[in-house]
Design a protein. Structure first.
Lengths: 312, 448
């Protein structure tokens, strides 16, 4: 009997989000499951941003830290290196030095770093706090002001601090990452709260919280799949922002990216293992629906781009 | 039309003979209704019942076994498209390609890679499950001698014979007769002869066509030739084609009960670059393949793919657990701190990772709370003062450490009094609520 492909189309669509002013990037916008261009529209590639920090990456493992030797002591040099040498399509600046347990840098320090980095690159900038709820609401407000007019992404707003951060992102014309912890209902709730305070849902990016391969990846994977199905099949507008996978910071702190081969010979080359860990985590979360990725290792980013080439 | 378990039960012999592998006819009927068993398993079913149940009761993706013995791999039997709906049933086999044009040394090295690939991760033994013997030379003798070598050096490994030449297939499959090898493959051109070889060797037939329409016709033809166990290859080679064809095959089988495509799928992920290959193989694992063929088996790549396979095929309704015991992180001495938390695997991974990050060696007590996280276990009465006290006493840790201080998660600070009451001579210290605060906590405690 003749075979008729069981195609499925959906009423909903993921919002396309455009960021940046010099070089602009757009991600999202599809009305089908990830990479299902055989039955729907997938107008944009996912966007991968290179992660940099406001302080030297002392806690990054050697495999990835040494790529940035000579530039990582200065966020401006580091950002330029990503844009010019690594051909980064976007840069994600994590203001980790503002964390009270790190250097406890002030909001003004952070604002200066943001201004300097913005002056040095043309590609869009994603500005991330240190994930300290109280400090972030201070730091990200000043950072958003300093970046006014650059159409950046500010993150991450969480349930405990979303009001001030969202207000600053709104007032200064930025997109906003809304993060909740691995629960589709919490994620939906936060997006509702944000839209109720007047934040445009088409300027949101949902972060359902990343997990590394082997360390809860399946939770992130399934929460992302469920959010995407709700966006498409239920046409639920608060579930329609594109999704972020903040891959690098989760991958480069686990044992598989740090344990040397002489200690665990059955795990093989540490260098290749770390890179594969970041790339496989990222590619799996692309299959689950993320459109914006933050990554650290050049070879992992390039492998994921090549994989996307094969899928588009 | 789907029948309910009770409707199916009425058609069964009701003898509870257990020959089907289930304890009662009713249990078997329930499995049939869920399409997780095949009516073939009942030797006494009437012709009438067969006619009624036959197609309707068969699982949407036919169960097929690759290999024999302890390391045999079950394939098929899937019931959903998304893992949050229900557990994905049978994790895909990873098969390493060996070409009959490769040098003896290269072949030996690859066989060794497969035999030595087994790794224990979270209590599961994971390995490269099979070899795919590619008749790259086109020469029947070379394929047969490669097969002979594999049969000798890796007798427990499942084998897929890759040739479209029926004579080469016949010679190469001899050592694996009756061992559920796969003969790949049958095409429109050679189907009759390949079916004969497969039947004679009791092998599974790999069926290969260009596109899903041609593939559906071909599986129907092969079935009419008397071969029931097949794996199918829709000819997908790029990642894009893999996703498209695998999705349509799974949907057709599950949502439309379309039998001609209700078989396990074999995908070919070989790429020149091993990292690129990892990602393409990962796509096969996440998106519905039952066999993924790879060209190399580096240990780092195996670990990443095994882990991904384990993650994707975890039961979303049953929390992953780790074994209850006192884990040593770093190289703890009798003076090192002792922390306690629950045995939810994520809790364990995150807490042990952060303790490791702290560079402060420690004893980490993981208590069996049926895989619940700290707050859930506390709320469910599984992580209580008296249970913690019992566990600590029975663990024997008192003989291994010089101090009597237990660090508990900040979320259950409320338990500190109850634990101190039950654990005489012990002091309870309340640790941070979130694991990411552990490095700072442990370092400042060490400095004090």
């Amino acid at each position: 009997m003749a075979f008729v492909p069981p195609k499925e189309s959906f009423a909903g669509r993921v919002f396309p989000v455009t960021i940046g002013t010099g070089v602009q990037q757009t991600f999202g916008g599809e009305n089908t499951l990830p990479f299902h261009s055989f039955e729907g529209e997938v107008p944009n590639r996912p966007l991968i941003a290179y992660e940099i920090q406001d302080v030297p990456p002392e806690d990054w493992p050697e495999t990835v830290r040494r790529l940035y030797d000579g530039v990582s002591d200065d966020p401006v040099k580091w950002a330029k290196y990503c844009e010019e040498e690594l051909k980064a399509k976007a840069v994600a600046l994590r203001l980790v030095g503002t964390h009270p347990d790190s250097k406890d840098l002030s909001a003004d320090d952070a604002a200066k770093t943001v201004t300097d980095v913005l002056g040095a690159i043309k590609v869009p900038l994603i500005i991330l706090g240190s994930n300290h709820v109280e400090k972030d609401s201070e730091v990200l407000v000043r950072a958003a002001e300093a970046a006014k007019g650059y159409d950046c992404v500010i993150g991450k707003a969480q349930e405990a601090n979303y009001k001030t951060i969202a207000a600053a992102a709104m007032a200064n014309g930025h997109k906003l990452i809304a993060m909740s912890e691995l629960d589709i209902n919490l994620s939906k709730q936060l997006n509702i709260l944000l839209t109720q305070m007047g934040f445009d849902k088409e300027k949101l990016i949902t972060d359902p919280m990343c997990s590394a391969l082997g360390y809860g990846l399946e939770y992130t994977y399934s929460v992302m799949e469920r959010i995407r199905l709700a966006a498409l099949s239920q046409n639920d507008a608060v579930m329609q922002p594109p999704m972020l996978a903040d891959v690098g910071m989760y991958v480069w702190k686990i044992k598989e990216t740090q344990a040397p081969e002489d200690v665990l010979p059955e795990w093989g080359s540490l260098e290749e293992r770390g890179i594969a860990w970041e790339a496989v985590t990222a590619s799996s979360l692309l299959m689950a629906g993320s459109e914006l990725l933050i990554m650290r290792h050049q070879r992992a980013v390039e492998a994921v781009e090549l994989f996307v080439d094969e899928l588009m | 039309m789907a029948l309910t378990g009770v409707q199916i039960f009425k058609l069964l012999p009701k003898t509870n003979c257990k020959k089907c592998g289930f304890p009662t006819c009713l249990a078997f009927a329930m499995k049939l209704a869920q399409r997780q068993a095949s009516l073939d398993a009942c030797p006494d079913v009437s012709e009438e019942a067969k006619a009624t149940l036959g197609e309707a009761s068969a699982p949407p993706v036919r169960p097929v076994t690759l290999g024999a013995g302890d390391k045999a791999v079950k394939m098929g039997e899937e019931t959903v498209l998304f893992r949050h709906e229900k557990k994905f049933v049978n994790p895909p086999a990873l098969a390493l390609e060996i070409k009959d044009t490769e040098s003896d040394d290269a072949v030996d090295a690859k066989i060794q890679d497969v035999v030595g690939s087994e790794i224990n991760r979270v209590g599961q033994l994971l390995r490269i499950d099979a070899v795919f013997l590619n008749n790259d030379s086109g020469d029947a003798g070379r394929l047969a001698s490669l097969a002979e070598k594999v049969a000798q050096k890796a007798p427990e490994t499942a084998v897929i014979i890759g040739t479209e030449n029926p004579e080469a297939a016949d010679a190469a499959i001899k050592p694996f007769s009756g061992k559920n090898a796969i003969l790949y493959g049958a095409t429109e051109a050679n189907a009759e002869k390949m079916a004969e070889v497969a039947k004679a060797a009791k092998a599974v037939l790999g069926v290969k066509a260009d596109g899903l329409d041609a593939l559906s016709s071909l599986t129907e033809k092969v079935k009419s030739l008397g071969v029931d166990d097949m794996v199918i290859d829709p000819g997908a080679r790029s990642a894009k084609e893999m996703l498209e064809y695998n999705t349509f095959i799974r949907r057709a089988a599950i949502k439309k009960n379309f039998k001609p495509l209700g078989y396990p799928v074999i995908n070919f992920a070989q790429r020149d670059d091993a990292l690129h290959e990892s990602l393409v193989a990962g796509l096969g694992i996440a998106k519905y393949a039952s066999i993924v063929v790879v060209s190399s088996a580096e240990k780092w790549k195996n670990l990443a793919l095994f882990t991904l396979r384990q993650n994707i095929y975890t039961d979303p309704q049953v929390p992953m657990q780790v074994e209850q015991k006192i884990y040593k992180i770093g190289d703890p001495t009798p003076d090192s701190p002792l922390l306690i938390t629950t045995n939810f695997s994520l809790t364990y991974f995150i807490v042990s990772g952060e303790v490791e990050n702290s560079k402060v060696p420690a004893h980490l007590a993981i208590m069996d709370c049926e895989g619940l996280s700290v707050l859930t276990a506390w709320a469910a009465g599984k992580f209580t003062g008296s249970k913690i006290a019992n566990f600590i006493k029975e663990s024997g840790i008192e003989n291994e450490i010089n101090h009597r201080e237990l660090i508990i998660p900040g979320y259950v600070a409320i338990l500190s009094g109850a634990i101190e009451e039950k654990l005489e001579g012990w002091k309870v210290t309340v640790g941070p609520r979130e694991a990411n605060a552990l490095p700072a906590f442990l370092r400042s405690a060490q400095a004090a």
